[in-house]
Write a protein of this length. Structure first.
Length: 276
């Protein structure tokens, strides 16, 4: 299993959107089991882009307020958290492929040590069942440095703002991420802007993994409608042979491939063949 954190040193770079896009892209393109974790409060982060019926199902065996992060904490404290009951407290988004662990309702203050122990135990147990665990470190109630510390791979979300890029490449990357495996995503990408991928590579002499997600009105509208799941499902199932290079659909597939490669998972997990 690989633990992948989605993070940005800057506000407004689409970290939450990108973790949701990546989760659906990888789940739809690869034979994999993914746990998507909202480390913030319930209803926030990833959950805000999904319809309420995706989060709380009247046919569930339990009320979802009894699931999610709060249930994991209770199980951990009681010593009963294991791979057999973890999935009982998640919400399936794509059957046998993608599950969501919703955020915290209980606002009881926990010490940094308690947060760390719960997180480490959750990841250890998830490791026994899931192939990938994706953490949204951009909207977290848990210290983001702790999430990054526990991660095998970090997806750094950036924009084409040149001042922010200068800060990232000249200060943040060499001082704080030099020992980490990372992938960079330029969100809401404008191919006509001077801060193109090729110019960014040249300007900062960057040779690492980088990709883009273009500004897409359809996805923005879907998030506002809380219908992102249906939109991403449809885009992810598009025939890749007929997809325009640089489009949202093509970028989803490329992002999935690059993250899987970087995390060392693509050789272990077979790519889905359409129509198989």
């Amino acid at each position: 299993m690989s633990i992948i954190s989605f993070w940005s040193p800057f506000a407004g770079t689409g970290t939450t959107s990108n973790v949701l896009i990546s989760a659906y892209a990888m789940a739809l393109h690869y034979r994999t089991r993914i746990l998507l974790v909202n480390t913030g409060s319930t209803g926030s982060s990833i959950e805000a882009a999904l319809p309420p019926t995706e989060i709380e199902d009247a046919d569930s065996l339990f009320r979802f307020e009894e699931g999610g992060w709060d249930a994991i904490e209770r199980l951990f404290i009681s010593g009963s958290l294991n791979k057999h009951n973890l999935r009982d407290y998640t919400k399936p988004l794509l059957k046998e492929r993608l599950d969501l662990l919703t955020g915290r309702i209980n606002q009881i203050e926990r010490s940094p040590k308690e947060h760390k122990e719960t997180l480490k135990n959750l990841l250890q147990v998830a490791n026994e069942y899931y192939d990938l665990v994706l953490l949204d470190a951009g909207s977290s109630a848990v210290n983001e440095s702790l999430l990054l510390e526990q991660s095998d791979y970090i997806v750094v979300n950036l924009s084409q703002n040149m001042r922010e890029l200068e800060v990232f490449f000249e200060h943040i990357l060499p001082k704080h991420l030099s020992d980490q495996k990372i992938h960079l995503v330029l969100n809401k990408y404008d191919p006509n802007a001077k801060a193109s991928i090729s110019n960014i590579r040249r300007r900062f002499r960057y040779k690492g993994s980088i990709s883009i997600l273009p500004y897409t009105t359809g996805f923005l509208d879907a998030v506002n409608r809380r219908d992102a799941a249906a939109y991403l499902h449809l885009e992810g199932l598009s025939d890749s042979k007929n997809v325009r290079k640089g489009s949202f659909t093509a970028s989803m597939a490329e992002l999935a491939r690059l993250i899987m490669d970087g995390a060392g998972m693509r050789t272990a997990l077979k790519r889905l063949e359409r129509g198989a």
